[in-house]
Design a protein around this ligand. Structure first.
Ligand code: FES
Length: 217
């Protein structure tokens, strides 16, 4: 209602208390009706994420068909293509992202992934079977006490570079399914099968192996 129509009505000599009450009731009815319609229209809608809350799906483990995005650096959040992964390392750190909802699954630190490209001839048979063009992916979470595996350095026990967790110096060889080659880690890093679609890397299946640390840090 415009400001002028309000003025006209309230100034009218015919105005008594009763019409104002009627108008108020009518207004309330209309408000209730609109509220009911709005509620009905939203039946079946997923509840919107409240400010500060993680969106649905953001803490789910990587799913088949997820794309991968950078989890750090200048390109954080950008799609990772095969060309973004340097041959011979260092690894690229990534999050899985649902391509349908655009939700990045970064609400759980257990979802962080290491992606590395190595010479396929260096990979053992099982690792080669999971790789695309020598590109392989593993959980970035150390199996010892759950620290992030951050380093790509020459091994303490060989002359090749390996993934290293700096918390207690566990080392993993990505050429051999990320088996432990040094340190207290009790088991290999979980592996994530990959596929390639139009140059972009996709998740081809669930993590193989347990993700996370065996003991609290
Ligand atoms: S948490 Fe990685 S070596 Fe202990």
């Amino acid at each position: 209602m415009s400001r002028s129509s309000f003025t006209t009505n309230s100034a009218s000599p015919e105005n008594s208390t009763e019409p104002e009450v009627d108008a108020g009731i009518e207004q309330t009815r209309r408000t209730l009706l609109l509220g009911a319609l709005a509620s009905t229209a939203c039946l079946g809608c997923s509840p919107p994420a409240r400010a500060g809350e993680d969106p649905p799906g953001s803490d789910e483990r990587p799913q088949k068909g997820d794309v991968l995005v950078f989890s750090e650096g200048d390109k954080e959040g950008k799609l990772i293509t095969a060309a973004d992964v340097p041959a011979g390392g260092p690894p690229v750190h990534a999050w899985p992202k649902d391509p349908n909802t655009s939700v990045v699954r970064s609400a759980s630190r257990l979802n962080e992934i290491l992606i590395i490209k190595l010479d396929p001839a260096e990979l053992d048979e099982k690792t080669r079977a999971r790789a695309v063009d020598g590109i392989i992916a593993y959980s970035a979470i150390c199996s010892h006490a759950g620290c992030p595996v951050t380093a790509w350095v020459k091994s303490d026990v060989g002359d090749k570079e390996v993934f290293k967790c700096m918390c207690h110096n566990s080392e993993y060889d990505p050429r051999a399914g990320a088996q432990v080659v040094f340190g207290p880690a009790p088991r290999r890093l979980a592996a994530l099968p990959l596929a390639l679609a139009d140059g972009s890397l996709n998740v081809a299946g669930n993590f193989i192996g347990k993700v996370g640390g065996a003991q609290p840090g």
